[in-house]
Design a binder for this molecule. Structure first.
Ligand code: DAH
Length: 342
């Protein structure tokens, strides 16, 4: 008898009631005069008189549980079906708009750059943004304590005398080193990615930006190959009518080095605010890979030569999409990003 009461108690407690039919079944099963609880009350008279008080107590608890559950579930179902609670569909409301994602302007420009170089046979290489000092500087032929290191205000992560410190890479050139250490020439890669510099933040410069590096190493690679590659790229990227000029420059990892300008593609070279009335816009730095850099990567400069170039991506995005503040590229404000969805 005690077992039957306990089994029923458990059954009532776990009984699932989700609609009015189930509620009615519950009532018929447990609460009516011929229901299972009433049946157990009937069996009381056959029980040992000494045990009756205990059974009585248990049965009363059982009955109370069933009644309370019935009342509570009934209330819940009534609340759900009351007219003001019922979910109504208002067919006159305007439809919900989809908000498709959009490609970030920097990724659009990078995408175009990658496509042009891919068509020329360059493959894509990547490297970490957290870089060793040795890859970012030493192996690229920056002498120790050389002021050239200060050209790029570095975010150091570790700084210990005599250690190969960790830093946020200041340019994509260390990826050149990583590729040359891993692969044998011929090498033809571009390395797109983020770089970091500890600069005063303004509308024109930010502590993080994007670069695209290029590297070509093979036998007999000449400055003429470099020029032809840059010409072809610039005309596809900025317009077939742009003109280029190569200005001698200095980078520790290239010799000779040059900076390349294109005629301002906003004013056609006539002079405007953007090109500071010079008619020219600087697009990249480049040069022939320094023999020391090749040697640092166990490539024999007597046998192989190569060129490298590095360009900023963000400024092109700013100019192309007429964005006047570089910070907008990094704030992830959807109001800005939405303007680039198709
Ligand atoms: N790493 C240089 C910078 O961040 C850009 C650069 C110049 C890369 C000349 C090159 C190069 O590969 O040949 O300013």
């Amino acid at each position: 008898m005690k077992n039957s009461i306990e089994t029923l108690q458990q059954e009532i407690e776990t009984y699932v009631i989700e609609n009015t039919d189930q509620l009615e079944t519950f009532r018929l099963r447990f609460l009516v005069r011929k229901g299972s609880i009433a049946g157990l009350f009937d069996r009381m008279k056959d029980a040992d008189p000494s045990e009756r008080p205990l059974y009585g107590q248990l049965l009363n608890r059982l009955k109370k549980t069933a009644e309370q559950k019935y009342d509570a579930e009934k209330k819940k179902l009534e609340a759900l079906s009351s007219p003001q609670k019922k979910k109504r569909i208002d067919l006159t409301l305007p439809g919900r708009k989809d908000h498709p994602g959009s490609e970030h302007p920097v990724q659009k420009v990078l995408g175009d750059m990658k496509q042009i170089f891919r068509a020329m046979g360059f493959s894509i290489a990547t490297g970490p943004e957290l870089e060793h000092d040795s890859y970012n500087f030493d192996m690229l032929n920056f002498p120790a304590n050389h002021p050239a290191r200060d050209m790029q205000d570095t975010f150091f992560i570790t700084r210990e005398e005599g250690q190969d410190d960790l830093l946020l890479r200041t340019h994509t050139s260390p990826v050149q080193i990583r590729v040359m250490l891993e692969e044998k020439p011929p090498i033809r890669v571009i390395c797109p990615g983020k770089v970091y510099r500890n600069e005063a933040i303004s509308a024109r410069s930010y502590c993080v930006f994007h670069q695209l590096e290029g590297l070509y190493i093979d036998k007999h690679v000449s400055f003429a190959d470099l020029k032809a590659t840059i010409y072809s790229f610039a005309k596809q990227m900025f317009g077939s009518d742009v003109q280029l000029r190569f200005r001698p420059s200095f980078f520790p990892f290239t010799e000779p080095s040059a900076e390349v300008d294109v005629t301002c593609y906003l004013c056609g070279g006539k002079g405007c605010k953007v090109c500071k009335h010079s008619g020219w816009l600087e697009i990249l730095g480049c040069g022939m890979v320094h023999p020391n850099v090749l040697r640092n990567c166990s490539i024999d400069p007597e046998e192989f030569s190569g060129f490298a170039f590095g360009m900023g991506v963000d400024r092109t995005a700013l100019l192309r999409y007429k964005i006047d503040d570089i910070r907008l590229l990094f704030e992830n404000d959807v109001r800005m990003l939405e303007q680039f969805s198709q």
